[in-house]
Design a protein around this ligand. Structure first.
Ligand SMILES: Cc1cc2nc3c(=O)[nH]c(=O)nc-3n(C[C@H](O)[C@H](O)[C@H](O)COP(=O)(O)O)c2cc1C
Length: 476
């Protein structure tokens, strides 16, 4: 069932006891710090209200997809499955998605409050300062930035961090290779500002489409419709004519002037690898119009330690799995990404000598998004790649570092804190990548010491008989 708006999503979480309402936390670091601690504990969705200095009802929600169960619930996958099975179900679901065009409706609750021109005041929303050294209040950490290609009319939606820069200004940090920046540049080359709409809160599955890699010429709104299993209902925002979700919480409209005309110092910001790295002169949205619902809710998704689960499961792992299959690597049983996919683990049933190393080198060759993964590990099919304890067991007992490890010199990202300053100055974002074959050596695998751990089938048989009794005993 598709959630119509963010509130329906929150109510569904509340119904299963997965919501915590917090009143009185300050926008200046308190909301960010509480979010960090609760996310590290895989705690509930957090709804902040009564932020000091703001009217009750101007709320912020964080930690909204951060456990495998929550992700599964949002996507209509049975939430009680083990997390590797949730990832497999997600892979099946995402392969079968049929793109659905958005549907234009006459009006929607996002128009309940409208301010324009001199009345525009972005500071009316309790945008948090998320981390101690952030260079400002980041109002957009789970936003949807909507632009239209000036020639083809293609509507693009991306997620780019947005920082308050005064009452009617926002900065956006948009990487050059992203479609959003390419569209902006097309307007700027014609000497025109780029019309833009920024959504600051909406139903999370719709939002998930914004940071997804949808190909040029196809709108993320169509992908969002496919993910939800129901088209996104949109209204035409009056200032820009851009389609925006009718059930959004807050929508800003305005223009982005050419960088040469106006730019602002943006950053630093605590980024997803867990450090502050980027600052620079970035583009500005001149905000002309704000629409928002009564009692609006900002969607907040600050980067935390990458060991916390932003989406409950590592979405990128399915991309690697598909890539391995298309590269002809057979018998892959699971793929997982730990530490925000900085470490990739592939579980496979070895079929020939070198099979595991082939899987490792094929993975290392995949260039996609923020793929600055450091370690790629192959494990046998008896290891659940999503279980770090099992992976460590394989790495510490099936690896001979003198034989099982290869190091490549490879690409990394400008967010990689390990790139030395002198390389950074030259724009040389390269670093080593370690491939670890943690499988039993193929040629003598039958002579490898037998594991003393129960087989999955035996564990299930005994657990099915005893689990009810044991759970009772734990409670009493
Ligand atoms: C939470 C989150 C924050 C992001 N922040 C940024 C950002 O600040 N700048 C950026 O260029 N990309 C950012 N991204 C990545 C882009 O949203 C993503 O690559 C998207 O596919 C780009 O869309 P586009 O190519 O249609 O412009 C972020 C992704 C996520 C999940």
């Amino acid at each position: 069932m598709a959630f119509r708006d963010l509130w329906e999503f929150i109510e569904a979480a509340q119904a299963v006891g997965d919501l915590k309402l917090i009143k009185g936390a300050h926008w200046d670091l308190e909301i960010g710090c509480i979010t960090e601690i609760m996310a590290e504990q895989e705690g509930p969705i957090l709804l902040f209200d009564a932020v000091p200095g703001y009217p009750e009802g101007f709320r912020i929600v964080t930690n909204f997809l951060g456990t495998p169960q929550r992700f599964a619930r949002a996507l209509g996958i049975p939430p009680d499955l083990p997390k590797m099975e949730i990832l497999k179900a997600w892979r099946e679901k995402s392969r079968a998605i049929e793109f659905l065009s958005p549907v234009e409706v006459g009006s929607g609750p996002v128009t309940e409050n409208v301010v324009e021109g001199e009345e525009v005041d972005l500071e009316k929303f309790p945008a948090p300062k998320w981390h101690e050294l952030d260079g400002g209040r980041y109002i957009g950490t789970a936003d949807m930035v909507i632009t239209r290609d000036p020639t083809s009319g293609w509507i693009n939606v991306g997620a780019y961090r947005a920082c308050l820069q005064g009452k009617n200004r926002l900065s956006l940090w948009v990487l050059e290779h992203h479609h959003g920046k390419q569209i902006m540049r097309r307007y700027w080359e014609q000497g025109r500002p780029c019309p833009v709409a920024v959504v600051l809160g909406c139903e999370p599955v719709t939002w998930m489409a914004a940071p997804s890699a949808v190909k040029a010429g196809v709108s993320e709104y169509e992908y969002a419709g496919g993910l939800r299993g129901a088209p996104v209902e949109v209204i035409r925002a009056p200032h820009t004519g851009l389609p925006v979700p009718a059930f959004a919480e807050i929508v800003l409209e305005g223009e982005i002037p050419p960088l040469a005309e106006e730019s602002v110092l943006e950053g630093p910001f605590g980024e997803w690898p867990g450090y502050y790295t980027h600052t620079g002169q970035e583009c500005v949205v001149r905000v002309r119009r704000i629409m928002h619902r009564n009692k609006p809710i900002l969607l907040g998704n600050p980067p935390l330690l990458p060991t916390t689960l932003r989406y409950g499961i590592p979405l990128f792992a399915t991309r690697i799995w598909d890539h391995l299959e298309s590269a002809g690597i057979s018998d892959v049983r699971g793929v997982w990404g730990h530490c925000h996919t900085l470490m990739i683990v592939i579980s496979l049933k070895q079929k020939y000598p070198g099979h595991a190393m082939q899987a490792l080198t094929a993975t290392a060759g995949l260039q996609a998004g923020a793929s600055m993964y450091r370690y790629v590990v192959a494990v046998d099919e008896d290891i659940d790649p999503s279980d770090l304890n099992q992976v460590l067991w394989a790495m510490t007992t099936r690896v001979d570092p003198a034989e099982s490890v290869q190091i490549l010199h490879s690409w990394t990202s400008d967010l990689d804190p390990r790139v030395p300053p002198e390389k950074r100055e030259k724009g040389d974002y390269t670093a080593g990548r370690m491939l670890i074959d943690a499988c039993r050596p193929f040629t003598w695998r039958d002579k490898f010491a037998v594991a003393n751990r129960f087989s999955a089938a035996k564990r299930k048989q005994i657990w099915d008989k005893w689990s009810a009794e044991l759970k009772k005993a734990t409670r009493s």
